[in-house]
Design a protein around this ligand. Structure first.
Ligand SMILES: [Ca+2]
Ligand SMILES: [Ca+2]
Length: 343
């Protein structure tokens, strides 16, 4: 397996993230080649992981011109992403994993969604979330079968209803973490759109916990689907008890903390609905949220406000850098803040 990274260098950091994710899981360090390398040529001569779209990656362009992918500057559109397997396109027994988007935000998100977990009998499963999508299930591709049709990680525990809608519910986060501290990893994430919920599943897909958060907000036509009401989420042990909390920013204006059973630990009403949220893990855990009106909030592990600031515009992205929360807004501002004194 080889990662194809364009000569532009635009996705170098993303290619490194994929290589590290595979190395962490399997112990194998796979090669990364440029898209003008012989190993990246189409028709393909080996198993590839291709980043980007037809305009940013020559390998993608070769596949696109033969109708094997539709990833371009229009599809999946601003911020959209697709992680998909392309099975044996040239009959030579070689396959491609497409990690694509129309813009950097989409390809970045596609890389985030490239999640590997332990499969049966020592094998490895790739969990694939898509937006746009058909159903809200995760696709599960096992490294020994390379069959992209199995679906999992969408069920609900007994006593809960599995609300299902065609093409109107999405997966945007897949966390693989030991939530309850028992040494085994669980899969956690939100399902959003027409109906919103957060779920936790065992590694075999058995539903362990679920909380329903209700219908999404309707947008005026031509938007076909209700927007999500889970705007952002993260997972961290924010209160230091050895078990991870699930922290969600909701369109109704709340930051919500759940335990691994999806039970509410606390919720906090913010000055305006949050658009982005992340947990900062050092030097001590805290939660950073950016709100619609540009307010930047720091919450401690109990949901109490420990700091407040302001930026211009609506926060559209958040990252954590060395104890600092950094937010970018739709008006072009970038702001970093922390609640602790820095060296
Ligand atoms: Ca566990
Ligand atoms: Ca905890």
């Amino acid at each position: 397996m080889t990662v194809v990274d364009p000569v532009s260098g635009e996705y170098d950091a993303l290619a490194a993230r994929i290589r590290e994710a595979i190395e962490r899981r399997s112990g194998v360090r796979i090669p990364v080649v440029r898209d003008d390398a012989p190993e990246a040529a189409v028709p393909i001569r080996g198993n590839l992981i291709a980043l980007g779209n037809r305009s940013t990656n020559k390998t993608m362009e070769g596949l696109y011109n033969r109708y094997f992918t539709l990833l371009d500057l229009w599809y999946p559109g601003p911020g959209g992403y697709e992680v998909r397997s392309l099975h044996n396109p040239f009959g030579g027994g070689h396959n491609v994993i497409l990690v694509g988007g129309s813009d950097r935000a989409g390809v970045d998100r596609a890389t985030d969604e490239f999640v590997l977990i332990d499969g049966p009998e020592g094998s490895i499963d790739l969990l694939i979330a898509r937006a746009p999508t058909d159903m809200h299930t995760l696709a599960v591709v096992n490294n020994r079968k390379l069959d992209a049709s199995p679906r999992n990680f969408y069920g609900v525990p007994a006593g809960h209803t599995n609300v299902s809608v065609w093409g109107c519910m999405h997966r945007r986060h897949v966390f693989v973490e030991d939530l309850d501290g028992d040494g085994k990893q669980e899969v956690a994430g939100e399902i959003d759109g027409t109906w919103n919920r957060i779920g936790v599943w065992a590694q075999d897909g058995t539903p362990l916990a679920n909380v329903h958060l209700g219908p999404g907000e309707f947008e005026p036509p031509p938007k076909p689907c209700p927007r999500r009401n889970v705007r952002d989420m993260d997972v961290a042990d924010v209160d230091g008890d050895g078990k991870q909390e699930i922290i969600a920013g909701l369109a109704g204006g709340l930051a919500l903390a759940l335990n691994h059973r999806c039970e509410k630990v606390w919720s906090k009403r913010l000055p305006a609905p949050p658009t982005v949220l992340a947990c900062v893990r050092s030097p001590k855990p805290w939660i950073a949220a950016g709100c619609e009106d540009g307010t930047l909030i720091a919450l401690d592990g109990k949901g109490e406000v420990s700091g407040m600031g302001r930026t211009q515009g609506r926060p559209s992205g958040i990252a954590v850098l060395d104890g600092l929360a950094v937010v970018g807004t739709d008006s072009g501002q970038v702001a970093g803040w922390t609640t602790f004194a820095r060296d």
